[in-house]
Design a protein. Structure first.
Length: 265
């Protein structure tokens, strides 16, 4: 069995080329007598250029394969995360795309500073006009110096000052106490025991008028309703001495209609 002179592989005699490297096989005359020669006499056989082995294609290196794989993975990831939202019609992605393409213009709103408003509380003191009394009983002898009609609550106090030069000072008040409704049990312990709604005057209703000396603060006259006074809602009284007076009115759960008259010259 001959051997390839290029790669040394064993080749079948009927083959013209080496099955391993493709080099052409040299034919050896088998009928020639063997020649005995020494090692120095044996010529060194150099492979011919025509019988040079063909270059095999180089195998790719593992590092190159890994690099190609990494590049492909990056490309796939970019296409997936950037392209899929737009293919699905994601409004956020398209909105972000439009925002990146079109610059936003922020309007500038200029506000003119208004001067600070200064609030100055105004205290108005109402002095009732002096008019002649329409009641025929007082028309000839009295004139009106003060009138008031308001609701009193939580001990509210109203003060009026008057210098009485022509006595008497006639003070009249007409009161309307607050009416309350209660749901209570009546006829307790009987067959007719039941709940009913009752209306009555507020037990906390009261009113008082005091005439004080403006200098000393001593009480000259006083009258009222509830507490230590009577339950009469319509009353009047007089101050018969000249003087400088301070009249104080106070009350709770009551509406008071007050009229003050002074004598005419």
């Amino acid at each position: 069995m001959p051997f390839c002179t290029s790669c040394g592989a064993e080749v079948s005699p009927d083959k013209k080329f080496c099955v391993q490297c493709g080099a052409p096989m040299e034919r050896v005359n088998t009928q020639a007598e063997p020649v005995t020669s020494t090692a120095s006499d044996v010529p060194v056989t150099q492979p011919s250029c025509s019988g040079a082995p063909k270059l095999q294609p180089q195998k790719p290196r593992p590092s190159m394969i890994i690099g190609v794989i990494v590049v492909l993975i990056v490309i796939i990831a970019v296409v997936y995360f950037a392209g899929m939202p737009m293919l699905k019609g994601n409004p956020k992605s398209s909105e972000g795309f439009l925002q990146s393409q079109t610059p936003l213009v922020t309007p500038i709103i200029t506000q003119t500073a208004l001067p600070a408003l200064q609030y100055t509380p105004t205290i108005t003191e109402t002095i009732p006009p002096i008019v002649k009394v329409r009641d025929a009983r007082f028309e000839a002898d009295y004139e009106q110096v003060y009138t008031l009609n308001q609701k009193f609550a939580f001990g509210q106090k109203v003060t009026f000052a008057h210098e009485l030069t022509q006595p008497p000072l006639y003070i009249h008040f007409n009161l309307t106490p607050t009416i309350i409704t209660r749901h209570r049990l009546v006829s307790i312990g009987t067959n007719n025991e039941h709940w009913e709604n009752t209306t009555e005057t507020s037990p906390y209703a009261w009113f008082e008028v005091k005439v004080l000396d403006a200098g000393s603060g001593s009480v000259i006259e006083k009258q009222g309703f509830g507490n230590d006074y009577s339950d009469i809602t319509k009353q009047n009284f007089m101050v018969r001495q000249r003087g400088n007076y301070r009249i104080e009115m106070s009350g709770n759960d009551v509406n008071a209609d007050v009229l003050m008259l002074a004598g005419t010259p």
